[in-house]
Design a protein around this ligand. Structure first.
Ligand SMILES: [Zn+2]
Length: 351
């Protein structure tokens, strides 16, 4: 009995009372951040609030009080989580890794179906799934082999499946692949401040595809009376090390880091990046720079370090530095209006 009382008093302490008057008319229950829906972001906020990490306004308390007892505590988290689970009783489309006590499985989900490959045996299975009330039903290998399972999202990118037999499998998106020390995000090779290249990564020049795309671009630009040439293309790890060290000795490391990459972090080492015509501010605003900004995506390139995005890309504006992504991806990135970091949801910070 004593134990129960102490548990209750802890629970009472963990939630704080607010003046539970109905103030926010038309408020969506659970919409703590005011974006009109009750989502995972709201759940995270309530979680932080219950843990005492953040404060809520009275309106936020009202929105977060899912069970209407004029306090916001872990019981509201339970109600909110259940509400979200109901709304999210579908599998996301894409590649995910599932980890459970039974081992690792590599999944591909698509609408209503998917497959997985067991990491240890290399054996695969196909499955179909459908929404079943608040949960999902999964048919593995055949329509008769069914399990009724629960999906629980833990944040925007991660979820668990609680299988019918009680096994909990934790799923993470397969976005990052590291092959021989080289990082690919969604299949795109990345070299920035967060993701480096090994010392021996050396395509010995621009990749053939990059050179071909550049030649095509330069040829078309020449029809407009403009001259595009490769001022700096591939740079090896060792060469970049010399360049960077030289800048550090001239300007100090803090300044050097704003415009020069540390060895292993230069996009020039990928053989996919080109400084066009020159590599200084005199290029900005030239007809060539304007043409490049407007047209390079058509040939598979993007302006890699756009103006005003230094805190995202890690580099100041470089209108001369283009990165080859292939036509399809370059067009998507160009039309998104985002930097490559934003497009892939990654950062660029030395760690
Ligand atoms: Zn460059």
């Amino acid at each position: 009995m004593r134990k129960i009382i102490s548990v209750i008093s802890v629970l009472m302490l963990s939630g704080s009372l607010y003046a539970g008057s109905a103030m926010a008319e038309n408020a969506v229950a659970g919409d703590v951040n005011g974006d009109g829906i009750c989502g995972v972001a709201d759940l995270n906020l309530v979680n932080d609030y219950v843990l005492g990490k953040i404060q809520f306004s009275e309106n936020q308390c009202y929105s977060a009080d899912m069970n209407g007892d004029s306090r916001v505590d872990s019981f509201d988290l339970v109600v909110m989580r259940r509400k979200l689970t109901v709304a999210d009783a579908v599998l996301p489309v894409g590649k995910y890794t599932g980890v459970s006590e039974n081992g690792i499985r590599h999944y591909t989900f698509f609408e209503g179906g998917g497959n997985y490959i067991d990491d240890s045996t290399g054996m695969g299975s196909l499955f179909a799934w459908e929404i079943n009330g608040n949960n999902i039903t999964v048919h593995i290998s055949s329509a008769e082999n069914t399990t009724n399972d629960v999906i629980e999202w833990t944040d925007e990118n991660h979820f668990n499946i609680v299988w019918e037999d009680g096994t909990v499998e934790k799923f993470s998106p397969n976005r990052v692949e590291v092959i021989d020390g080289v990082t690919y995000i969604d299949g795109i090779l990345i070299a920035n401040k967060s993701y480096g290249l090994p010392v021996n990564y050396n395509p010995n020049g621009l990749t053939a595809e990059t050179q071909k795309a550049f030649n095509e671009m330069a040829s078309d630009a020449s029809k407009d009376g403009l001259c595009l040439c490769v001022y700096s293309g591939f740079r090896s790890y060792i060469y970049q090390q010399q360049i960077y060290n030289n800048y550090v000795s001239l300007y100090g490391q803090v300044t050097a880091d704003t415009f020069s990459a540390r060895a292993g972090h230069s996009e020039h080492q990928t053989g996919l990046a080109i400084d066009v015509n020159c590599a200084d501010d005199s290029f900005d605003g030239t007809p060539e720079a304007l043409w490049l900004a407007e047209n390079s995506w058509k040939y598979g390139f993007i302006i890699r370090y756009p103006k005003g995005k230094q805190d995202i890309t890690g580099y100041k504006y470089e209108p001369w530095h283009v990165r080859y992504l292939g036509k399809e991806t370059a067009e998507k990135v160009y039309r998104s209006g985002l930097t490559l970091e934003e497009y892939l949801g990654i950062d660029s910070v030395y760690k």
